[in-house]
Write a protein that binds this ligand. Structure first.
Ligand code: ADP
Length: 473
């Protein structure tokens, strides 16, 4: 834990495990509610000095951190693969993506513009300034254990906020590595504080109720996000929520089925399907279903699971045993309700995989709305195909979910692409594109997928208050 510029070592600890091998790879401080309070108190004490730094000074810290993160890309990626499980190449990409947020917000720090507004009174002037929200509490997930930190720390620090952050209990080592970089880049004591903990609840409770916290930013499941938003409501703390998703992937029959199937095979199995923008329902127009499934089946059957440190493996482990159980429950439920299994469908234990949490890359077709997988987020390596006939039907089916994060459309017809884009109730839509994310682009969901946006110009707004001055002259 890093509180007020000091790494705490004389505390109880908890162990961190490699999900591919089950090996213990480290142990970290096990923070308590008292530590969370100290972290917030430190952030509170550091706020006045940090907020009065120039934007240029805050920006310089982020530039240095960006530089250091890229310098350590390989080392950080290896740590991520050992702690979280994703293949090394994917970890390398994530570290780059994480560094992008530091760079982007180093730039945005200098563009926090206010405005003047003409008044109806000749003796009056209106002046609008943007000011830092204040102390921010942040809670981050394990699936993107470095980039989800920089996506919050970058804009918060750029805006002039100070932070107390709790990372996920499965991936505290990556969080420690990020904070070491910030420290090396010149982070003043107390400006960003890290509380690692095996039990998130007491920390969350303090984050949501401590009067000094002005904003909570959270990335994780919808259930926990709702709980935290409710806990923040009595003090009307501002909240940003990046929650779950149930992304539709629509393939119209004018699209190239082979190209679309390749796209699905790439995006669906990224991070072993443990991404909130992972396609959960793959809608394929019936006329091209056969060639689509043929390509996807060949690709999915050829995916090799194993330790992400071996470049031959494209599928890493799931994060823990309960993730395996959830995925298997969804797959068995779908099969019991009439889905057809075209690949995978079970846990992998052969060839030394029995020590880790591996599930075979799975392809199901004939998935219907009666099945659990049609509504519940999967977070695993399962591609669920739903055949459809008609454009209006597929848009209604795609929108028939409480989630509204990401969606994908494959078509060569421009009018159809635009019609579908406009009607889908999702915050991020890839059109013939499987990676509609970037530090420069707003990320966030509609409906129960969240509140607010991260990255882009909007990202820093989340950490700013608008202050109006009315002047009589
Ligand atoms: P997932 O299902 O993806 O693990 P969670 O929402 O459980 O997602 O976890 C995301 C983050 O939320 C993690 O940092 C986790 O420790 C934290 N978290 C889970 N439950 C709580 C809680 N009651 N209070 C605060 N943080 C929590």
């Amino acid at each position: 834990m890093l509180i007020n510029g000091e790494w705490l070592t004389d505390t109880p600890t908890f162990s961190v495990f490699n999900p591919a091998t089950g090996e213990e790879i480290g142990h970290v401080a096990d923070g308590t509610a008292t530590d969370a309070m100290r972290a917030i108190d430190a952030a509170s004490a550091a706020l006045p000095a940090w907020v009065s730094e120039t934007a240029y000074a805050r920006s310089a810290l982020l530039y240095r951190a960006h530089h250091l993160m890229l310098e350590r890309q390989h080392e950080l990626a290896e740590l991520m693969t050992k702690e979280q499980g994703k293949p090394l190449k994917a970890s390398m990409n994530e570290v780059k993506y994480a560094a992008d947020f530091l760079l982007w917000f180093a730039e945005e720090a200098k563009r926090v513009y206010g405005e003047t507004i003409p008044s109806a009174r000749s003796d009056q002037r209106f002046l609008v300034q943007k000011q830092a929200v204040g102390v921010v509490a942040a809670v981050t997930p394990w699936n993107y254990p470095i980039s989800m930190l920089t996506r919050k720390l970058g804009p918060a620090l750029a805006a002039g906020c100070t932070v107390a952050l709790k990372p996920a209990e499965s991936t505290p080592l990556c969080a420690i590595a990020v904070f070491k970089i910030l420290e090396e880049a010149g982070l003043p004591p107390g400006v960003a504080n890290l509380v690692t903990a095996s039990d998130p609840k007491p920390i969350g409770e303090v984050f949501c109720t401590h009067p000094a916290v002005r904003k909570l930013t959270f990335t994780g499941s919808t259930a926990v996000g709702k709980h935290l938003a409710q806990a923040c409501a009595p003090q009307l703390k501002r909240v940003s929520m990046e929650l779950g998703g149930h992304a539709p992937f629509i393939v119209y029959d004018d699209a190239d089925p082979v190209h679309a199937a390749k796209g699905v095979s790439l995006v669906k199995f990224l991070n072993t399907g443990q991404a909130c923008i992972s396609p959960n329902r793959i809608f394929v127009q019936r006329r091209i279903l056969d060639p689509f499934l043929e390509t996807l089946q060949a690709r999915v059957s050829g995916m090799q699971a194993g330790d992400g440190m071996d470049p031959a493996n494209s599928i890493g482990p799931l994060i823990n045993e309960s993730a395996i159980e959830k995925v298997d429950r969804q797959v068995q439920d779908a099969i019991n309700h009439g889905a057809t299994l075209l690949a995978g469908g079970s846990r992998l234990t052969e060839n030394g995989l029995d020590q880790g949490c591996f599930y075979g890359a799975t392809l199901l077709t004939d998935v219907t709305p009666e099945m659990v997988i049609y509504r519940e987020e999967t977070f695993g390596p399962v591609a669920a195909v739903v055949p459809f006939d008609d454009e209006d039907d597929v848009i209604a089916m795609a929108n028939d979910t409480d989630y509204g994060l990401a969606a994908y459309i494959y078509t060569q017809n421009l009018a159809r692409a635009l019609r579908t884009f406009e009607q889908l109730q999702f915050g991020i839509i890839g059109i013939n594109d499987i990676n509609p994310t970037s530090a420069a682009a707003p990320f966030g969901g509609m409906k129960e997928s969240g509140l607010g946006r991260e990255g882009a110009r909007e990202g820093i707004e989340e950490y700013l208050e608008t202050k109006l001055g009315g002047l009589s002259i």
